[in-house]
Design a protein around this ligand. Structure first.
Ligand code: FAD
Ligand code: SF4
Length: 457
């Protein structure tokens, strides 16, 4: 009986209509769908899904509660491990994590764990706890996943928590990077509001390292400082023509649309939208940039990637959505030069590649063939990864504080989130201990909070 129920699919917005709006592509499960999907779960004793979740959510238990109609209990089970189920249910790479390990996936279709988590997250809230102030202050630098999860745990433990954010809105990449058609903003607003209601203080437009330094935070009486400032510094191609008008990093492009509404006519900082855009790169950020470019009005959007479709690092679902939205994938193409006219992008030259021997990562290395193609373009959006911004590290150097970073500028931490500086902790994308994902950043926030609580108790 159990295996006869098909995996439930949330309803998706029409692929032609959604090219013109930023509304969520996927709806939530209906209660009937959630119940049917939860009934498929075998409630395995040695649940592989739980082991494959980076924060070890008790997946079988929460699914059992959904099946029995106890949504609040399901929410409580998830929130013991993750404070952002509505976020993680939408953006986690479930096919590589929990769903990728579900026993049902071996012969058929795994349980839609992400969609169930999102359903529970959206339909329940965290329980308010009585906070007993302990008289100590903690500063959090950055309001992304890592900062939000640390703030919740520290506040619940009685600390006075202040979050300092460089931008004028809170949420980090979830706000300025991931577009609303993947992560509707009500989800994020709700989480920030809940933290404010708990008494967490948020300060915007504060660049730690410039507006205030780590030493000054210490002098102001913060007993611990958690640096979770992300990795927002884009890597560029370093090729001729990269300084032409019409070349953006994906981070700049997404920030200008998501945060500064640069696609709207009323903004003081408009984007010059042309007809044809090229996205360089094949990760999730590239997919977000491509799908955003379609929505702001480019008539043709390419994704250029130097390997083949098989090696594309983006989530399969994002690739499918991008293709449905008309994005043209060009594989085995490596950027050579951007050609301009009157200071603006006009076209771009690519070398045609083929796959050679595997490199250190085990993937086949792209090798140039000596043949080239030129493509007419108006905009080039570079999505080749990011690194940490050096502002905080430089300012600590000026204060003669030794904050150790590695050769790429990431803050060095131990498994407890401690840095080389006394009372200073770090985590998330600025000090990654694994892949840079929302759930790992959230886990890092929880880990650092635990260390701080133990150190200051
Ligand atoms: P961030 O979210 O980057 O937050 C850091 C915050 O610190 C920012 O708000 C920043 O403005 C602030 N800050 C920086 N410097 C300072 C300073 N000096 N003073 C004060 N504040 C400062 N992961 C997934 O799991 N699934 C996805 O689908 C996915 N898609 C992504 C799409 C995009 C476009 C991007 C860019 C990333 C994506 N990721 C995805 C990665 C994931 O979002 C990140 O790994 C995660 O959000 C990192 O969280 P964080 O808290 O470490 O940093
Ligand atoms: Fe349910 Fe799959 Fe997890 Fe087993 S592995 S408990 S079937 S979700």
């Amino acid at each position: 009986m159990v295996e006869k129920i098909e995996r439930q699919k949330p309803k998706e917005q029409d692929k032609f209509e959604r090219r013109h709006n930023f509304e969520a592509v996927e709806e939530n499960f209906t209660p009937e769908q959630a119940h049917l999907e939860a009934s498929r779960c075998l409630n395995c004793k040695n649940a592989r899904c739980k082991g494959a979740c980076p924060v070890s959510i008790d997946i079988p238990s929460f699914i059992k509660e959904v099946k029995e109609g106890n949504l609040d209990k399901a929410g409580d089970v998830i929130r013991q491990s993750s404070m952002l189920p509505s976020v993680c249910g939408r953006v986690c790479p479930q096919e590589k994590q929990c769903e990728g390990s579900c026993i049902l996936g071996l012969k058929g279709q795994s349980i839609a764990i992400g969609a169930l988590e999102r359903y529970v997250g959206d339909n329940t809230s965290a329980k308010t706890k009585t906070i007993v102030p302990n008289g100590k202050k903690v500063a959090i630098v950055g309001s992304g996943c890592a900062g939000m999860s640390a703030a919740a745990d520290l506040r619940n433990a009685g600390f006075e928590v202040s979050v300092f954010e460089a931008l004028h809105e809170f949420g980090g990449v979830l706000r300025y990077g991931i577009p609303p058609f993947r992560l509707p903003r009500f989800v994020l607003d709700r989480e920030i509001e809940a933290l404010k209601n708990m008494g967490v203080k948020f300060y915007k437009n504060v660049v730690v390292g410039k507006s205030i330094t780590i030493q000054q935070l210490k002098d102001e009486g913060y007993s611990a400082i958690f640096i979770c400032s992300g990795a927002g510094l884009p890597k560029m191609m370093n090729i001729k023509g990269e300084n032409l008008n019409g070349v953006y990093s994906a981070n700049e492009f997404l920030t200008r649309v998501n945060l500064m509404h640069a696609d709207s006519a009323d903004t003081p900082t408009p984007l010059k939208i042309g007809k044809i855009a090229a996205i360089i790169g094949g990760g999730n950020v590239a997919m977000d940039a491509a799908r955003t470019a379609v929505r702001v009005g480019y008539e043709k959007v390419y994704v250029f990637y130097r390997r083949t479709e098989r090696e594309l690092p983006a989530r399969l679902e994002e690739i499918r959505h991008a293709k449905e939205e008309g994005i043209d994938f060009q594989f085995l193409r490596a950027p050579v030069e951007i050609e301009g006219e009157d200071g603006f992008v006009k076209s771009m030259k690519f070398e045609i590649m083929e796959l050679g021997e595997p490199d250190a990562s085990g993937r086949q290395r792209p090798v140039g063939t000596g043949k080239f193609v030129d493509i007419e373009l108006d905009s080039v959006i570079v999505s080749l990864g990011t690194g940490p911004n050096p502002i905080i590290q430089r300012s600590t150097e000026q204060e003669n504080l030794e904050l150790n970073t590695d050769d790429k500028g990431y803050i060095v931490i131990n498994e407890k989130g401690e840095t080389s500086l006394q009372s200073v902790y770090a985590g998330g994308d600025v000090a990654p201990l694994g892949p840079s994902t929302a759930i790992n950043a959230m886990g890092a926030g929880k880990r650092a909070a635990k260390t701080i609580i133990e150190a200051l108790s």
